[in-house]
Design a protein. Structure first.
Length: 95
């Protein structure tokens, strides 16, 4: 075992967490499995591989900023609950 129930209890005490006995058993088992899996990953030969920050390459998902005609006022206010003809009317939020 990589981690004991006492170590889980100690960390839980530091974090001011209160667990039942069955939760201590469950968390000990789960954390132990995670740590054992980390040992397996540490044995993988990674020589010659470049470090990366993401598992998949990132691409810019934004479109180019192109100037175009704006939406007409009537169309933008079509679904407004309240308007004064050229702008939205909203409740006052500052006194």
């Amino acid at each position: 075992m990589k981690i004991t129930k006492d170590e889980i209890a100690y960390v839980a005490h530091l974090a001011r967490l209160d667990f039942t006995e069955s939760e201590y058993e469950k968390f000990t088992s789960q954390l132990n499995d995670i740590l054992l899996y980390m040992d397996i990953l540490n044995k993988v030969d990674t020589k010659g591989l470049e470090p990366m920050s993401h598992a998949t390459p990132l691409h810019n998902a934004f479109r180019d900023d192109v100037e175009m005609k704006s939406l007409p006022v009537e169309a933008s206010l079509a679904n407004a609950p309240d308007d004064n003809g050229d702008s939205f009317i909203v409740p006052k939020v500052i006194e």
